[in-house]
Design a protein around this ligand. Structure first.
Ligand code: ADP
Length: 499
């Protein structure tokens, strides 16, 4: 229980599954939680779960979930004394953190200065270099102005092609261009800059070496206000489409105890370099040789935090609340007792370049069973709105071994039902049954070339169930697009190493 003298009523400045997740942790800690919602989210799950809810404006996030004045006003109206930002939206916005503390409320997150130091990829790289943490080799060519001629082509060429042009303010895989030859560099820099300006309001870009087939491995860190910083193992996040994670696991099948110790030490040094408090993630690219490079630090709770929670049997949001209340970090497990794997269920079409989908989720049925956890923000009948992130839920399975966790996840995905909106459910199931994933031999470029077997047509009983749903009253709901079948996977269970 959090001491009520510190805070007792938390405004959850977010929506969807993360708002639900934070509210659960508040309730467990004996705290009340207050939801905020836009016009489009009136009937959303996070609103129903909160102790109170405040409407903050129209559907576009800029006018609701991204409006600092509206969120502060909501906190005041609802009598909140603390704010949890979740992830995404304003969670890494130092101005929001300062506005919250400036209004006399407790900010359940890292200090604004640490967020600022890590917010720009260029300044984060500089800080990490100074702290002795290895960074991807690269030439800093920004900040520079539009049409500036001072770009050091010689310096960039010395890295060797391919190189990656990256937006300093980038996130979510946006604002990146792989460049294979010097003649394409100029155009890549201009287009990356345009995209960065449109998406992040900042056109600063830089160039670094593009590593071929690295793994994305990140370390969970926690810091308290008493100067303690600890690392809580790593997460393997190499399965990505469009540089965005889609399946994560803890621990990584590719990390030896010796490499783990070095990654964790580098992550703690990175966090200490910015006097980090709260939960955060230090991301690395790891090469087959074991060489690793700092990628960036996410100064917030991570989407994939449940795999660490399940592997280590901890509640990271509860710890975040306790840290914000000024408590010392408790003793944490030295090693994971379980293996956990998470699959992100998106309203998107894997057959159309993972294009986000919208519509009404007519039927949503979650799986259950030993070792299965579902973090979701949706209910049957809910609209999936184009204004927001298309992630519907995260399905997590844990086991004593990686193979047990993987099999449980495959079964859980098969049991999940999402009708009314196209999702990646069956694609995820086939991915988790593919040879490289079964063997744990993944890298960040794998999904660009991996061919998954085609999906067989749904069996008759599934078609019959769909027909009955679609001919019922729900069919009249606006925005109905097409159905998505969890479908039977085309490959039977495999034993051990794909044999
Ligand atoms: P974002 O903030 O948009 O998530 P990151 O810097 O974290 O961007 O990178 C996201 C992903 O892009 C990485 O996990 C990796 O797959 C790829 N990536 C980024 N930098 C490099 C690089 N230098 N070489 C190869 N891949 C990279």
């Amino acid at each position: 229980m959090i001491s009520p003298r510190r805070f007792g009523r938390v405004l959850v400045a977010n929506r969807g599954e993360i708002a639900v997740r934070v509210m659960r942790a508040c309730r467990t800690a004996g705290l009340e939680s207050v939801a905020v919602y836009s016009d489009a989210d009136r009937d959303a799950r996070h609103v129903a779960l909160a102790d109170a809810a405040v409407e903050i404006g129209p559907a576009p996030a800029k006018e609701s979930y991204l409006s600092i004045p509206k969120l502060l006003e909501a906190a005041k109206t609802a009598g909140c004394d603390a704010v949890h930002p979740g992830y995404g939206f304003l969670s890494e916005n130092a101005d929001f953190a300062r506005a919250v503390t400036g209004a006399g409320l407790v900010w359940i997150g890292p200090p604004a200065d640490a967020m600022e130091a890590m917010g720009s990829k260029i300044s984060a790289r500089k800080r990490m270099k100074a702290a002795g943490v290895p960074v991807v080799p690269g030439a800093l060519i920004g900040p520079f102005e539009e049409h500036e001629e001072k770009i050091s082509f010689k310096e960039i060429s010395s890295l060797g092609f391919p190189v990656l042009v990256k937006a300093s303010a980038g996130g979510g895989g946006k604002g990146m261009r792989v460049v294979h030859s010097p003649s394409d560099l100029s155009e890549a820099i201009s287009s990356c800059r345009r995209e960065a300006l449109a998406a992040f309001g900042d056109s600063t870009v830089y160039v670094e070496k593009y590593l071929s087939a690295p793994r994305h491995i990140e370390v969970q860190i926690l810091g308290d206000t008493h100067g303690n910083v600890v690392a809580l193992g790593e997460r393997e996040c190499s399965l990505q489409r469009r540089h965005q994670k889609v399946v994560e696991e803890c621990p990584s099948p590719a990390v030896s105890p010796e490499l783990r110790a070095r990654l964790c030490q580098a992550a703690v040094e990175a966090a200490r370099a910015v006097a980090y408090v709260s939960v955060g993630t230090v991301e690395f690219l790891v090469e087959p040789s074991g060489a690793f490079w700092f990628l960036e630090m996410n100064t917030r709770l991570q989407v994939e935090h449940p795999v660490t929670e399940e592997a280590f049997s901890v509640d990271l949001v509860a710890l975040q609340l306790r840290i914000a209340a000024g408590e010392r970090l408790p003793e944490l497990p030295a090693a994971p007792a379980f293996h956990a794997i998470e699959a992100r269920v998106y309203a998107e079409d894997p057959d159309a370049e993972f294009l986000p989908q919208a519509g009404r989720l007519l039927v949503w049925i979650e799986p259950s069973g030993p070792g299965v956890r579902v973090d979701s923000g949706v209910i049957s009948g809910q609209a999936v709105d184009v204004h927001y992130d298309p992630m519907l839920a995260k399905i997590v399975a844990k086991g004593r071994t990686r193979e047990e966790a993987r099999r449980r996840l495959v079964v859980a995905l098969r049991e999940t039902v999402a009708l009314g909106v196209t999702t990646n459910l069956s694609w995820l199931g086939r991915l988790l049954e593919s040879d490289p994933v079964v063997r744990g031999e993944t890298h960040t470029g794998l999904l660009e070339t991996l061919l998954l077997p085609a999906l067989p047509p749904p069996p008759d009983e599934v078609l019959a169930a769909a027909a009955s749903v679609l001919s019922g009253p729900a069919c009249a709901a606006p925005g109905v697009t097409k159905s998505s079948w969890p479908g039977p996977f085309d490959t039977p269970f495999r034993m051990g190493n794909g044999a």
